[in-house]
Each structure stands twice: as structure tokens, then as C-alpha cells.
Design a protein around this ligand. Structure first.
Ligand code: C5P
Length: 225
């Protein structure tokens, strides 16, 4: 049986990986996995249940039994729509704290791997190409300077009507990068053989063009552009 086709898009927050991977998945008509959303939901649960971040066993237990499902872009937790709640900066920071726990990462591994289904999968995260889908045929590592990423985030949050402070946002992004890159299990790093793109000076369309060129080179039978 031939292997399922997989494209992984890893990188730090604000690099544009979410937008790009969703667009690629939509264009190809493939499945889409937003792995960050899973860590965000777990962070929200830990907070709601007032569990200390040091209670590794309890958090891993929650990760194993999360009543989480996705319906398009909506994240549903036991039937409750938590999409808005998981998109805040606080939720992102909390997610990166639960994400350092090795037991949490192994509890979520199989769950994520089930997304690899025909006709193909586009997976967005930090360790998609290195740990979760090392067999992926196309691996992208998307990055941008912390200042540029903070500016993009600032704009997004402003558009949503949320009050934000740019200097604080830059600081938070740096802290999160540091935690994500320095953790011992599945740190944020480019997978071997990944195409690394720095989007600091590139538009979304330019990044998308380069990613799709790589996709078509790899899967020569795919039609269109
Ligand atoms: O991508 P997003 O900003 O939604 O991810 C939130 C946090 O979840 C990240 O900062 C990271 O700590 C964690 N994460 C992870 N592995 C992934 C995806 C996200 O550790 N594959």
C-alpha cells in the first residue's frame, strides 16, 4: 500500500504557518491538522480545573482523555465551542508550558498521527516533520524575525478588537520561542531535509508560491498551481 501523502509546516508562532498550511490544505482538498490547537485546549483545561503546572501525572491523564474534536476551524471540548478561548496570548503561553511535558507529548502522539488519511494531510506545528510525521514527503520550516511576528500578531489581535501592547507582545514571543526551542523533548527545529523559508520580507502569496512549487516538484502528478 502506498504511503499517505503528508506535508508538514513547522515554525514559531506568527511565522504565517497556520495561514499557509490551511491554504495549502484547502487548495489540495487534503486534511488539515492544527496541532497547536490541541496544546492550547489542554492548557485551557488545566487552567479551568486549576491544576498546578507541576502536576505532570494529572496533566498527562487529561491529555489522554481529552474530549476534543474539531469541526472545520472550530475546536469543540465536550460539545462546547472553545475556539475563541484558545486563541488568546494567555492560552498560547499556557499551551507552551504544558507542551514541555514529555508524558503529554507522548499521550498526544497517536491522536495526531490518526490525521494521516488519504488523499493527504497538511500538518501545522512545531514537531510535525521531526517527531509526529518523520515520513512526510514535504517538510517546510517557516520562520520570521521576532519583531515581525509580534507585529503580525499585534495586527491580528487589534483587528479582533483586543487591547495589546506591542513591546509586551515581543517579550512574550521571545519567551515562548525560548521555551519551545530549548525543551528537551521535540524542541522547535527544522527537520532534516526541510525547506526553510524566512517570511520576514515575504508576503503570504510569495510564501505560498514557494511552498506550492515544492509540493508540485515532490508530487508531480498533482495538477493545477
Ligand atoms: O502553534 P500555536 O501557537 O497554536 O501553538 C501553541 C503552543 O503549543 C506552542 O507555543 C508550542 O509550545 C505548543 N506546540 C507544540 N507542538 C506542536 C504545536 C504546538 O509544542 N506541534
Amino acid at each position: 500500500m502506498s504511503q499517505v501523502r503528508i506535508i508538514t509546516v513547522d515554525g514559531p508562532s506568527g511565522s504565517g504557518k497556520g495561514t499557509i498550511s490551511q491554504r495549502v490544505a484547502e487548495h489540495l482538498g487534503w486534511h488539515f491538522l492544527d496541532s497547536g490547537a490541541i496544546y492550547r485546549v489542554l492548557g485551557v483545561m488545566v487552567d479551568r480545573e486549576d491544576i498546578s503546572i507541576d502536576s505532570v501525572d494529572k496533566i498527562a491523564e487529561l491529555a489522554r482523555n481529552m474530549p476534543l474534536s474539531f469541526s472545520g476551524e472550530q475546536a469543540m471540548l465536550a460539545g462546547e465551542d472553545v475556539t475563541g478561548e484558545i486563541r488568546t496570548e494567555t492560552a498560547g503561553n499556557r499551551a507552551s508550558k504544558v507542551a514541555v511535558i514529555p508524558e503529554v507529548r507522548s499521550a498526544l502522539l497517536e491522536w495526531q498521527q490518526k490525521y494521516a488519511k488519504p488523499p493527504g494531510l497538511v500538518a501545522d506545528g512545531r514537531d510535525m516533520g521531526t517527531v509526529v510525521f518523520p515520513q512526510a514527503q514535504v517538510k517546510i520550516f517557516l520562520t520570521a524575525s521576532p519583531e515581525e511576528r509580534a507585529k503580525r500578531r499585534y495586527k491580528q489581535l487589534k483587528e479582533k478588537g483586543l487591547g495589546v501592547n506591542l513591546a509586551r507582545l515581543i517579550e512574550e514571543i521571545r519567551e515562548r520561542d525560548e521555551r519551545d526551542s530549548k525543551r528537551t523533548v521535540a524542541p522547535l527545529q527544522a527537520a532534516e531535509g526541510a525547506l526553510t523559508l524566512d517570511s520576514t520580507q515575504l508576503s503570504i502569496d510569495e510564501v505560498y508560491g514557494q511552498v506550492m512549487r515544492k509540493v508540485h516538484e515532490t508530487f508531480a502528478d498533482l495538477s493545477g498551481n
